[in-house]
Design a protein around this ligand. Sequence first.
Ligand code: URA
Length: 229
Amino acid sequence: MRLDFYIAHATGLSRREVKVLIGRGEVSVDGDLRPRASLQLHSGQQVRCRGELLSLPGHRYLMLHKPAGMVSSTSDRDGASVLQLLPAELRRDLHIVGRLDVDTTGLLLLSSDGQWSHRITAPKSSCSKVYHVRTARPLTGQMIEQLCNGVVLRGEARPTLPAQVERLDACSLRLTIDEGRYHQIKRMLAAVGNHVEALHRERIGPLPLDPALLAGDYRALTDQEVALF
Ligand code: URA
């Protein structure tokens, strides 16, 4: 890889900024302070910028406890993005692995690895999602049965796949679904004549939200957690 590409990738700086640094003698390759921007690097060569050893970032995998009021988007166009909760050096190239609505809380995964994310979100992966749902009205036996069997969402013809439903109290339930349709949980509850008051994602596939994370907190996934998908 060319030196200027390498530094841009390692630091997030533009190639123009990198060229300025090289021109100022702030970059060294194996101690040489006058490398050319076009230098082809070989593996094992040490590139330093202002004395700091650079390395190419690997993929990043994070879990975030999404608070209410922030959008699951990498831009702030539609409101404050959850990326604002991360330090700038972690944000680069991250995407969101399965969005949550602005008022939904809970487990949100972020990664720079598109193939990994695809394994989670692709419809045929059938990766289950577990939600804690609080409803506006008491849940009847009939509503629970309909949710279990699958319901037809407004504007769609194909019913939802059977869901697992655990009634927790008169107005709350734990709902496990194997699909990811647009506003699926809210539309499922609307389809049975109820309304979602609060929604929280507890788990994606085998990965639960770390209970040590408060709303707004994040942490890197462990290698074992990454390998779950
Ligand atoms: N279903 C919804 O309706 N909203 C979410 O945020 C997630 C699932």
